[in-house]
Write a protein that binds this ligand. Sequence first.
Ligand SMILES: [Zn+2]
Length: 255
Amino acid sequence: MTIKIHPIKAFNDNYIWTLHDDHYAVVVDPGDPHVVLEYLSQHQLSLLGILITHHHYDHVDGLVALQEQWDCPVYAPNDERIPGRLTTVKQGDVIRFDALSLCFNVLFTPGHTLTHICYHDDDNLFCGDTLFSLGCGRMFEGTAAQFYNALSLLKNLPDAIHVYCTHEYTESNWQFANHVRPNDSQLQAFKKSLDAKRSQQLPSLPSTLATEKALNPFLHCDQADLQKILAQKFNQTIESPEQSFGLLRHWKDHF
Ligand SMILES: [Zn+2]
């Protein structure tokens, strides 16, 4: 039985990624319990467990209601801002859902928040608000060095891995990426396929790490051409990829 990975839409632009077969499901970052309960009921699925990447309300607000109904484990970073009965996990931990033959590794990826974690297996990465297609999360709590290191960890995963981000931000991220590097032929080609998906209301996600490594400027902070663009834009000498990351994030925040 192959596992389906379905985006349950929530709020304006969130996806609650749901991995399931014909019987069991695991959900990632259920910010809204109602849409999840509806999907589980429609497909007659039992909830095996919940993965949480970070404490923001649009990622955790559904977990208590879901846990009450299903009495399932909730895996989350150690952060008292997250409600519910948690099984806290840290980098290097392995999480198994035997009924779905799933096994995830945990990566510690602070930057968007100080306790953000990501989950991956050989095929799929659930990266919360750390990595977006063509972008990354806002730096609410961490430092540029922390965020740069977190993205470097993700960059080390296999190119073919599918990247499941929590938000549909690809269009606005494309606008910024295209502003930073106008006339990039790979970015132009990406826009055509993006427009084709979005005009049919299809998610732009998942992406792949190969696509992100090719096109996402936030994964290029160690590249000389981007550092040159940043040096000109901010009229300063670039001495490290961490500094590049901080400047690029600042630029995007004011774009
Ligand atoms: Zn967030």
